[in-house]
Design a protein around this ligand. Structure first.
Ligand SMILES: [Ca+2]
Ligand SMILES: [Ca+2]
Length: 277
C-alpha cells in the first residue's frame, strides 16, 4: 500500500510540468498584482484590509530584494501596469496614476466611467496606449470591460447585456491592438475577444477562480485564486502546474519575460517562479 502511494507520488511529480520558486518575499497584506520595471524594481499592489479606505499601498521590491512602501493612502488597489514611465492601477472604483517618485493622482475618477464601476480589477495596456480595464461586479455577475485612452476617457466595451457570457471579468491581456484574452472569475472560462469586431469567443473552461493572465513564449499562464494553482494553456490544452499557492492572484511576467511574479493574497507573499519547458 505504502509502495503504491510512493509510486503514485513519483508518477504525479513526473507528469506535472515542473516549476521552480526562485524567490519568496513575505510580509504583504492582501497583495493583488505586480509589475516589474526595466531596472528590476517590482511594484506590488497591497489591498490592506478589504473595503477599508486609505490603507491600500503600492510596495516596491528593489533589485536587492529590499521591500519598502512606494505609494500610500490608496483604498483597495488591484491591477497595476507600467506604461511610458508611469504606473497605472485600479483602485476600487477609479484609476490612479503613480509617478516614479511615489506621488499619485486620480487619472480616471468614478465619474469618468460611463457605467458606475463596482469592483475594478485588472488593467493592461497595448503598445499604442489603449488600456483595458475589467470590473468584476459582485464577483458573481454584473461585470464589465472598459477601454480607457491616454486622456483618461473611459468607454464601456462589453458587459453581460452585450455579451451574456460575461459574469465577473478579472484578468485581461491584450494580444495586439484589437485582440485580447480575458478570464472570468465567476465561471473560470477563458475568452478571446476582439475590440473592434466586438466578439467574445470562449476558448476553454475549468480554470476555477481565474485571476491573472500572462503570455510567455507560446504558452498562456492563468492563475486560479480560488484553488491556488497556475494553469498552462497551450495548443488548446490545459495543464495544472505543480506549485501550490493559497490564493494565486494577478500574475505578471518579469521584465525579461523568463519568470512570473505571483502575489499570493492569502499567504501575504510575492513569489518569483521560473517556468521550465
Ligand atoms: Ca484597503
Ligand atoms: Ca485580479
Amino acid at each position: 500500500m505504502f509502495i503504491n502511494k510512493v509510486f503514485m507520488l513519483l508518477f504525479i511529480l513526473m507528469i506535472a510540468p515542473s516549476i521552480y520558486a526562485k524567490q519568496v518575499y513575505p510580509g504583504f497584506v492582501n497583495p493583488e498584482s505586480a509589475v516589474q520595471g526595466q531596472n528590476g524594481d517590482i511594484f506590488v499592489t497591497e489591498i490592506g484590509e478589504f473595503g477599508k479606505d486609505g490603507d491600500g499601498k503600492i510596495k516596491k521590491i528593489n533589485s536587492k530584494g529590499e521591500v519598502s512602501d512606494f505609494a500610500i493612502g490608496l483604498n483597495d488597489p488591484k491591477g497595476i501596469i507600467l506604461y511610458e514611465g508611469k504606473l497605472y492601477a485600479t483602485d476600487k472604483d477609479l484609476i490612479v496614476k503613480i509617478n516614479m517618485n511615489g506621488e499619485w493622482e486620480v487619472f480616471s475618477g468614478t465619474m469618468a466611467f460611463p457605467k458606475v464601476p463596482v469592483f475594478l480589477n485588472d488593467i493592461d495596456v497595448t503598445p499604442a496606449g489603449k488600456f483595458y480595464i475589467t470590473d468584476s461586479g459582485n464577483l458573481k455577475n454584473g461585470g464589465m470591460i472598459f477601454i480607457m485612452d491616454m486622456t483618461g476617457n473611459v468607454e464601456l466595451l462589453m458587459d453581460e447585456n452585450s455579451h451574456p457570457a460575461i459574469k465577473a471579468p478579472n484578468g485581461i491581456l491584450p494580444l495586439d491592438e484589437s485582440r485580447f484574452l480575458m478570464v472570468d472569475f465567476a465561471t473560470g472560462e477563458l475568452f478571446e475577444g476582439h475590440q473592434k469586431k466586438m466578439t467574445l469567443k470562449k476558448l476553454i473552461g475549468g480554470l476555477g477562480g481565474g485571476d491573472g493572465i500572462v503570455m510567455l513564449k507560446d504558452s498562456v499562464l492563468i492563475s486560479d485564486w480560488k484553488n491556488g494553482v497556475l494553469y498552462e494553456y497551450k495548443d488548446g490544452q490545459v495543464k495544472t502546474l505543480n506549485h501550490r499557492f493559497e490564493a494565486a492572484a494577478d500574475i505578471a511576467p518579469t521584465f525579461d519575460k523568463k519568470s512570473i511574479i505571483v502575489p499570493d493574497m492569502k499567504a501575504g507573499t510575492v513569489t518569483i517562479i521560473d517556468i521550465y519547458k
